[in-house]
Design a protein around this ligand. Structure first.
Ligand code: FES
Length: 112
């Protein structure tokens, strides 16, 4: 099913679509498209509505290093952070439910 056209979702942005009763977030992560079920694996918040930004990186004691801007989704309820490139949680073993996407011409097609 076509969920968007290339260029419709700017880098760092998302589009929420509804397919077969399920809410799904389609993200442009620096030119790479990813799709996730809009339910947080922690407590079922609409995670795809969260802030897209970066996170703190491992750094020396007493230092604060920020990075990965545009690749991290922060859940709006409790702030769990998820890697938008593969859906894993940065602080837990749970992960976002991912869907397969394919580019067909200028269409972004999702397989449910
Ligand atoms: S519901 Fe998402 S972090 Fe709690």
């Amino acid at each position: 099913m076509t969920v968007a056209r290339v260029g419709e979702i700017a880098p760092g942005q998302r589009k929420i679509v509804r397919i077969d009763g399920r809410s799904i977030g389609v993200f442009n992560v620096g030119g790479v498209y990813r799709a996730y079920l809009n339910l947080c694996p922690h407590a079922l918040a609409p995670v795809c509505l969260g802030r897209v930004g970066g996170t703190t990186l491992p750094s020396a004691p007493g230092t604060f290093e920020w990075g990965r801007d545009g690749e991290i989704l922060s859940c709006p309820w409790h702030g769990w952070e998820f890697d938008l490139l593969d859906g894993h949680c940065l602080t837990d073993k749970k992960r976002l439910h991912a869907f397969e996407l394919a580019l067909v011409g200028d269409e972004i097609v999702l397989t449910v």
